[in-house]
Design a protein around this ligand. Structure first.
Ligand SMILES: Nc1ncnc2c1ncn2[C@@H]1O[C@H](COP(=O)(O)OP(=O)(O)OP(=O)(O)O)[C@@H](O)[C@H]1O
Ligand SMILES: [Mg+2]
Length: 223
């Protein structure tokens, strides 16, 4: 379980996240929604150990973040809001490169299968020739190479066509169900959030998303 307790984050005098507590259970897909600037990416970066909270505690399967950054990192997959790939390399070369950096040894066949599960078939093509949706899929596949128990996705489906979005959604659901992976993801697409998430948290000052979700019959949780 991922558990966040009384977490706050300020940039100078700007309080972005204030006293936030929530949990994510194994096998659960949890949505984090809120207006632009609400602090979603800030929260995911902190959970990915790339930024420090100003206050509060985080634990992953009872392992406190503070004293175990290295070990915690091995358990986490992170897909940042901006795509991060080697554009001149092929899909295969990108997968192999990131496999070398990961803590797991995967065969070429396993890496290829991971891409195929995401419906990413262009194994020998350079990344600059791929569409935005395919790049996204590759970014997600890379984040899963080391079999993380927690997957953090920052707007993984933005600007992607409906078919690819559905494929990504189906893949995430299978990942949560079959491997018990905890998935925390952000999106501005409320239909997608409603259909994919087991639980939805709302952050930020604007209650707009909270109201939309309530009206659709969901039980969003205000952080
Ligand atoms: N490194 C930083 N230094 C100072 N302020 C920052 C920094 N990173 C983020 N912020 C501020 O923190 C606030 C939250 O930003 P964040 O990117 O987390 O929002 P978000 O909810 O992800 O928004 P969006 O929906 O646009 O992606 C913003 O006001 C932003 O300007
Ligand atoms: Mg963001």
């Amino acid at each position: 379980m991922l558990s966040i307790e009384s977490l706050s984050k300020s940039y100078r005098k700007n309080n972005i996240l204030i006293d936030i507590s929530f949990t994510v259970n194994p096998g659960e897909i949890v949505g984090l929604v809120g207006e632009n600037g609400a602090g979603k990416s800030t929260m995911l970066k902190i959970l990915a150990t790339l930024s420090q909270p100003s206050a509060g505690t985080i634990a992953l399967n009872s392992l406190p973040y503070q004293r175990n950054t290295k070990n915690v990192r091995k358990l986490i997959g992170f897909v940042p809001q901006d795509i991060a790939l080697w554009e001149e390399f092929t899909v295969e070369e990108n997968m192999t490169f990131f496999e070398k950096l990961s803590w797991k040894n995967k065969t070429n066949k396993q890496l290829r299968e991971l891409c195929l599960e995401m419906k990413l078939e262009k194994w020998k093509e350079p990344v600059y020739t791929l569409s935005g949706g395919m790049k996204r899929k590759l970014n997600i596949a890379i984040s899963l190479i080391h079999d993380p128990i927690l997957l953090l996705l920052d707007e993984p489906t933005v600007g992607i066509d409906l078919k690819s979005r559905k494929e990504i959604g189906a893949y995430l659901q299978a990942q949560a169900k079959n491997n018990g992976t905890m998935i925390l993801y952000t999106s501005h697409d409320m239909d997608e959030i409603i259909s994919l998430c087991d639980r939805i948290y709302c952050i930020g000052k604007d209650p707009f998303y909270y109201k939309v979700l309530q009206d659709s019959g969901k039980n969003p949780i205000l952080l």
